[in-house]
Design a protein around this ligand. Structure first.
Ligand SMILES: [Zn+2]
Length: 237
């Protein structure tokens, strides 16, 4: 089984790929929750009116979603560039010096613990089947399933930021300004707990610790921006 995975890690990368995608979505939602809630709490603590808090939240929501999309697009695009350059370089090398490439592949399997003779056999068999794919996968760690899509990644992270960032707005339904502030805090902590549990489930780790980390981190962020807002109020900014 271990040997099989060594040569063909595909069924692992299937779930790892999906987990990566879900993880990115959960992280985007976390970002939206924490940054928009902190922004609104900070504004509320400064004594701003509800309409200012709502407007600030909306501005933050669009700015954050766009920043997430742009950042993700740039990062995934450069990943694509790197993968394409790798692909071109490997194809060229396979044409120019096939023997050296074969030895390189055999060396990779030997380093992973495959006995020398078997490592050569495996490398030869893979070179006969699809040498480029074998090098991209086993030398460079590419996988067909991990093929990066910049636009999809940008859209997914903007959308997940929006979903998370809309939650604190529900707090504006509270009656008094104090109720509104506490509602924002409670809804955000609840949302972070849900996101934390989802992230832990997806990663297949324990639930309590990562969830507590996320909730405490979010609580701290809101406490800090509340203090900043209060300082602004007291100093009459
Ligand atoms: Zn190579």
């Amino acid at each position: 089984m271990a040997f099989f995975h060594l040569l063909n890690p595909h069924d692992e990368s299937h779930s790892a790929g999906r987990a990566g995608w879900l993880r990115a979505a959960v992280l985007g939602a976390n970002d939206g929750l924490v940054s928009i809630a902190s922004l609104m709490i900070g504004l509320a603590a400064s004594g701003a009116s509800t309409s200012v808090v709502a407007t600030g939240g909306l501005a933050g929501l669009s700015a954050g979603a766009l920043a997430m999309a742009a950042g993700e697009y740039v990062s995934v695009s450069s990943q694509v560039d790197i993968e394409n350059a790798d692909r071109a370089k490997e194809s060229r090398e396979l044409v120019e010096r096939p023997e050296a490439e074969l030895a390189e592949l055999a060396g990779i399997y030997r380093d992973r613990g495959v006995p020398d003779e078997l490592a050569w056999k495996v490398a030869e068999a893979l070179h006969e089947a699809d040498p480029l794919q074998a090098h991209l996968r086993d030398e460079l760690g590419h996988s067909e399933h991990s093929a990066a899509r910049p636009l999809q990644a940008a859209g997914a992270s903007a959308a997940s930021f929006l979903v998370g960032g809309l939650v604190p707005f529900l707090g504006l339904l509270g009656g008094s300004s104090t109720t509104r502030a506490w509602l924002i805090v409670l809804l955000t902590l609840g949302g972070l707990a849900v996101a934390g549990v989802l992230a832990a489930r997806t990663a297949g780790t324990g639930v309590l610790r990562p969830t507590l980390r996320v909730v405490i981190g979010g609580g701290l962020a809101m406490a800090v921006t509340a203090s900043v807002g209060q300082i602004a109020r007291v100093s009459g900014v």
